[in-house]
Design a protein around this ligand. Structure first.
Ligand code: G1P
Length: 293
């Protein structure tokens, strides 16, 4: 029986340099897709997967994304007085129960692996999920929920994966795999992992997106603080060292992934998620038609 995934870690300390000037003051994770910031989409996905504890790894000037999950008494009073029930529901429904939002800091920008390591004392000795909020997945069953279901069958570690064009391997952690039936919803046993390889060196085009289920032993490897690609402490490198120590699979999720850290990807995500909303789809479809026509 796989141990349950109760805790989700959100590494949200980054500077968001790919999205300047929008992210000069505002954290990247507060960028809005349709009507919710990226961090809310991520927390909702974790909750849908059964997570009950939400751990934010933030940095200087990035408290806004934690405040977003705070009770806002003044706003509640005003909305109540004005009888704005739907709005009240929208701001209250997102709040995890008291004590379930936990914030820690990544004081120095040493990489994703270091950010996850900063959550070590809060995660403790249990498997956990990591969500990178700028990766959004539009899917019938939320991506992390699909992964938890797969994990319940295999145990060990599971990363969300998809094929990317070979010329893009430099942007991702890439899998070395033995067998791969290429079907969505399938699990791919991992032989090796390499962070951001050049296209000619990439062992495949199967790449990690920002969804992870990890065993706590990952912290032993992160602890060493070894630098990898870009001089950063890479999560991918620590995961690579865990291969062979227990089951380790890539999960080909069902759905479409949008890179919201990229301006074009972000705009596409807004359109795709808006077209899923019955209240917005007709108007958005009309705009798209007019612009594309
Ligand atoms: C990070 C990881 C990389 C992964 C990617 C997914 O890279 O290091 O392995 O493929 O997220 O979005 P970053 O986008 O932070 O450079």
């Amino acid at each position: 029986m796989s141990r349950p995934i109760r805790k989700a870690v959100f590494p949200v300390a980054g500077l968001g340099t790919r999205f300047l000037p929008a992210t000069k003051v505002m954290p990247k994770e507060m960028l809005v897709v349709v009507d919710k910031p990226l961090i809310q989409w991520a927390v909702e996905e974790a909750a849908a997967a059964g997570c009950t504890d939400f751990i934010f790894v933030t940095s200087r000037g990035k408290s806004m994304q934690v405040d977003h999950f705070d009770h806002h008494e003044e706003l509640v009073q005003v909305l109540t007085q004005r009888g704005k029930k739907a709005e009240l529901e929208a701001v209250e429904a997102i709040l995890p129960p008291d004590g379930r939002v936990i914030s820690t800091r990544q004081p120095r920008a040493l990489g994703l692996g270091h950010a996850v390591w900063c959550a070590k004392r809060i995660v403790g000795d249990e498997p956990f999920a990591v969500i990178l909020p700028d990766d959004m997945v539009l899917a019938d069953t939320p991506c992390l929920k699909q992964m938890v279901e797969a994990y319940n069958r295999t145990g060990g570690s599971v990363v969300g994966v998809m094929d990317v064009p070979r010329e893009h391997t430099r942007r991702y952690g890439i899998l070395d795999v033995a067998a791969d039936d290429r079907r969505e919803g399938s699990l791919v046993p991992i032989k090796g992992l390499v962070e951001k390889p050049a296209p000619e060196n990439a062992p495949s085009t199967l790449s990690i997106i920002g969804r992870y289920i990890l065993q706590p032993e990952i912290f032993d490897h992160l602890e060493k603080g070894e630098r990898g690609a870009g001089g950063e402490i890479q999560l991918t490198d620590a995961m690579a060292r865990m291969i062979g120590q227990g089951p380790f699979h890539g999960y080909r999720f069902r759905g479409t992934r949008y890179d919201c850290g990229d301006k074009a990807g972000y705009i596409a995500a807004n359109l795709a998620f808006a077209l899923e909303r019955p209240d917005l789809a007709p108007a958005v479809r009309a705009h798209v038609k007019r612009l594309a026509g």
